[in-house]
Ligand binder design. Sequence first.
Ligand SMILES: Nc1ncnc2c1ncn2[C@@H]1O[C@H](COP(=O)(O)OP(=O)(O)OP(=O)(O)O)[C@@H](O)[C@H]1O
Ligand SMILES: [Mg+2]
Length: 278
Amino acid sequence: MSARPSARTAAAPAAAAPLLEVERVTVRFGGLTAIDDVSFAVQPGELLGLIGPNGAGKTTMLRAITGVVRPAAGQVRLEGQALGALPIHERIRRGLALSQQLVRPLRSLSLQENVALAAGRAKTLRPWRAITHVCSAAEMARAQDELARVGIAELATQAAAKQPLGVLKRLEMARAHALDPRLLLLDEPLAGLNSKEARALSETIADINRQGMTVVLIEHNLGEVLRICTRLVVLDNGRKIGEGEPRAVMADPVVRAAYLGTAAASAEDSDAAEAAHA
Ligand SMILES: Nc1ncnc2c1ncn2[C@@H]1O[C@H](COP(=O)(O)OP(=O)(O)OP(=O)(O)O)[C@@H](O)[C@H]1O
Ligand SMILES: [Mg+2]
């Protein structure tokens, strides 16, 4: 898949206002600086890959954006508005949705009910209200559409507790998308999937992006990242070490050194290099 016209044109004009701006954000956990003075912006329509070795600070960055952790310094802006000290539910209301690295559905509910709760989220932004919320027919219908979008419509009535990881990853994405976000933040959606499942789910992510959704994708599967992302930001040890067009970024000696520092990543790196030449 080579042509990505909509994303490229959306990202192209220099004057376009960014959807998300991360400005000089620093996050500390006690004595550890997990994010160190990192800035980047996400333009409307982009599928931005946020990559880096284990412990680089990727998940912490998403948590700083969604308000789960508070930066010691810096600012996050959505559509030009500083998110400051806004709580998580207010950030969701303003258009952020996070698909988590660790998937935690409501296990006793069906897949459709899990997504329907998210679809009704405008009314139930706080979890304790969601528990007593009875899903409407419209929410259930919307949930079914979202399950179809991620390819698990036929499992709608199954309990979440019984599903394998591949299904739960898709469920998590359906839940996030059902919030109608302005920006979809995905934390390792492909982790734990075999290569066929990973390819299928990354296609789903690219489709969602082509339909107009701006996406920030954290992923260790660099082959898929290079295939679908329009731009990359690379973190290492809390610092931004690279940013730009995916293949140029991956060719950068500083980025390569960061990845080659870990054996597991070097295997993925050669996969990525192959994919880049495919
Ligand atoms: N709640 C926390 N308390 C203390 N340290 C934390 C916390 N969350 C993350 N860290 C530390 O911050 C650093 C960045 O972690 P983070 O989870 O953001 O990395 P990551 O890039 O998402 O890694 P991975 O690819 O393994 O998921 C690591 O050193 C981690 O141990
Ligand atoms: Mg992480």
